[in-house]
Design a protein around this ligand. Structure first.
Ligand code: RB5
Length: 142
């Protein structure tokens, strides 16, 4: 799979870890929209790049990381067809796929550790949407 990923400065370290994990452990291709260093950066810029690509259906899934994941998830959810889920553990990552058909995983680089984030990413990318009543509810959002 090809996954698009982005962060601001506060999410940079975790983005680098997740990018390596995606490529070496999970065998995915990664499109990294930045940032590429820890200079102060505005998260809506990277949210736009990732969410815009999801809107255009260029990638099946995206990952966005800022300090808390809050700004990224708020910004990404402004884009049509985007369902960005701010998750903090494996259960929310799993349920965001099963119940919400989330297509962007948002995480907080200042909130969660690397190992947890890696397992959340694994769970997010391997869990299927359950459809049924959940599909009806997603359709109601749009
Ligand atoms: C940057 O200091 C921080 O505000 C940002 O990374 C993010 O957490 C915003 O939601």
């Amino acid at each position: 799979m090809k996954i698009i990923i982005g962060s601001d400065h506060a999410g940079f370290d975790l983005k680098e870890e997740i990018k390596a994990f995606l490529e070496t452990e999970l065998g995915h291709e990664v499109e990294d929209v930045g940032v590429f260093n820890k200079d102060s950066a505005d998260y809506p810029v990277m949210a736009q790049k990732v969410a815009g690509a999801i809107t255009e259906e260029k990638f099946p899934f995206g990952i966005l990381i800022c300090g808390t994941g809050i700004g990224m998830s708020i910004a990404a959810n402004r884009y049509k067809g985007v369902r960005a889920a701010l998750c903090h553990n494996i259960l929310t990552a799993r349920l965001s796929r099963q119940h919400n058909d989330a297509n962007i995983l948002a995480m907080g680089g200042r909130i969660i550790g690397v190992s947890l984030a890696q397992e959340m990413v694994r769970e997010f990318l391997t869990t299927s949407f359950e459809g049924g009543r959940h599909k009806r509810r997603i359709d109601q959002i749009d």
